[in-house]
Write a protein that binds this ligand. Structure first.
Ligand code: 3PG
Length: 212
């Protein structure tokens, strides 16, 4: 049941991994996104944690063919509205509050809110959110924890994010309740600082081939 998230599952299923990006300098946005998309990861989450983020979203949408751009770190109605104004394909939150859920009812951009317990997952389900981010994934019990939710909550599907790496990603991807995973390991700060786009494309290619 995901009546508040039309089209979101199909969008997120386009790749096994959604890069979660923190971009400080707008000049890095387009080459970084190109490296990820060319590596096979078209669905990108640009976190609204930096002053440059809105400019990065605009630039990537305008200049990177094939990129599907969503916003991240959407905490309230202001950041959700900004995501809609920027034309984001989706908006990701690290949690969910009554105010954010209420704002999402008036916003066209599909929201991916987060849960980290059965009660939180059930509350989101009551609001029509069958797709949820599981955050912070590793710190909250990891794939073993998520696996325990399959039987009681089969109608909830997750995008686990937080502490996931190329090494532990397959343990999540093999779960029946995981549609994709989020992570930053394919775009490390050091490689962005060195403008090592080839290095990032290589990590993206490996991530795009991950299977459960
Ligand atoms: C985040 O919000 O920063 C994401 O959860 C990414 O987490 P990671 O850096 O542990 O992959």
């Amino acid at each position: 049941m995901s009546e508040r998230q039309p089209g979101l599952e199909a969008l997120l299923r386009q790749a096994p991994v959604v890069p979660v990006l923190v971009i400080d300098d707008v000049v890095d946005a387009v080459p970084l996104a190109k490296a990820l998309v060319e590596g096979g990861l078209p669905v990108l989450e640009i976190t609204l944690r930096t002053k440059a983020a809105p400019y990065c979203i605009r630039a990537i949408k305008a200049e990177v063919r094939g990129a599907i751009v969503g916003s991240g770190t959407v905490l309230d109605r202001h950041t959700l509205k900004l995501s809609e104004e920027l034309g984001c394909a989706f908006a990701v939150s690290p949690g969910a509050t009554p105010a954010l859920i209420e704002a999402a009812q008036k916003t066209k951009t599909p929201l991916l809110p987060a849960s980290r317990s059965p009660s939180e997952a059930m509350t989101l389900l009551e609001h029509g959110y069958g797709l949820q981010k599981f955050f912070p994934a590793e710190q909250s019990g990891g794939a073993a924890y998520l696996s325990a939710l399959i039987s009681p909550l089969p109608q909830v599907k997750f995008c686990p994010t937080g502490g996931i790496t190329a090494e532990n990603a397959p343990t999540y991807l093999k779960l029946a309740n995981v549609i994709t995973i989020g992570g930053s390991w394919m775009a490390p700060k050091a490689l962005i600082a060195n403008k090592d786009w080839a290095g990032i494309a290589k990590l993206a290619t490996a991530a795009a081939r991950l299977k459960g």
